[in-house]
Design a protein around this ligand. Structure first.
Ligand code: GRG
Length: 289
């Protein structure tokens, strides 16, 4: 599944920027950080940051730092998610997971170091101190107790037990959705969007995040393992309740389509050029990995 031409130079750009900010030593931690970050990945989160900023008409340079920050956090979350104490996965993006390629202690430290690198990038965005404070708050909230870390804990606690559809949605809003929402929020803050505009952008990302997660669950059951690049059926192996337990493939697909439609509708009335965001939503709607 190829990225729309509009985004190809942006993905090349973010790949280069991500590499630039990583330590370039040959020690184990530096090598493991490169391994965890520079190994493919769709780069959806940085592309969301760029899509907002370019749509708002600002130059690309201030967006680079925010785009790196969200991808470092994402890469960190994948490394920790794959650890034996979490989902215990051996394959990520088609390669051995970080703790398999290196070791567990190194994988934990990769997360610690990427977390720090992310906030260092955010502090380097060439914008006002007030904007930096707003972005720091938005990203911290998205990944801490109220967001990703809290969602992961809820997910782990729920494993093996009964989960309602409402609980599942809350888990994923926190675990996956909160960071996607933070991406458009950061893009909006750097671009000087109004609070009303940022609210619409967050609504867009909220629908998109839910659609994205349902797709993930469906792909885990119905996806092609050669395209997925990770261990298929891992949710069932871990005894996890997923959207695939509530919807069959065609119901799930219909729900995903409706959520992508809602995400596009959330952008109506925005004064920025939404072409990039709509293109990205369309692209994700057709994803098979
Ligand atoms: C990082 C603060 C922090 C806490 C860690 C381990 C953990 C707590 C949270 C796990 C979060 C997690 C891994 C959620 C899954 C999100 C998801 C759908 C990942 C797949 O994203 P893609 O498809 O992956 O964008 P690529 O490989 O394309 O980047």
């Amino acid at each position: 599944m190829t990225l729309p031409p509009l985004f190809i130079p942006l993905r090349e750009r973010i790949n280069q920027k991500l590499e630039e900010h990583l330590p370039n030593g040959s020690d184990r931690l530096a090598r493991a950080m490169h391994y965890a970050v520079c190994n493919g990945g769709k780069r959806i989160r940085p592309l969301l940051v760029y899509a907002v900023g370019l749509g708002a008409g600002i130059s690309i340079e201030p967006l680079d730092f925010a785009a790196c920050a969200v991808e470092y956090i994402h890469a960190y979350s994948l490394v920790h998610d794959d650890l034996p104490a979490m989902d215990n996965d051996e394959l990520r993006r088609g390669n051995p997971t970080c703790h398999i390629a290196f070791d567990e202690a190194t994988a934990i430290l990769v997360g610690d170091a990427l977390h720090s690198e992310a906030f260092s990038c955010l502090a380097s965005v060439p914008t006002s101190h007030e904007n930096i404070a707003l972005m720091t708050k938005a990203l911290s909230r998205a990944i801490g107790y109220q967001g990703m870390a809290g969602g992961q804990e809820m997910d782990l606690s729920a494993t093996g037990g009964p989960v309602t559809l409402e609980q599942l949605t809350e888990i994923h809003r926190k675990k996956t959705g909160a960071l996607l929402i933070a991406c458009v929020e950061l893009g909006g803050i750097v671009s000087g969007c109004t609070p009303d505009e940022i609210q619409k952008l967050k609504q867009f990302a909220d629908h998109l995040g839910l659609a994205f997660q349902i797709q993930d669950d469906l792909l885990d059951v119905y996806g092609n393992p050669n395209i997925l690049g990770k261990t298929p059926g891992s949710d069932a192996t871990l005894n996890k309740i997923t959207y695939a337990d509530f919807y069959n493939e065609s119901e799930g697909r219909a729900l995903v389509a409706a959520l992508y439609q809602k995400s596009r509708e959330s952008l109506e009335g925005l004064s920025l050029d939404t072409t990039w965001l709509i293109e990205l939503a369309n692209h994700l709607e057709g994803r098979n990995y």
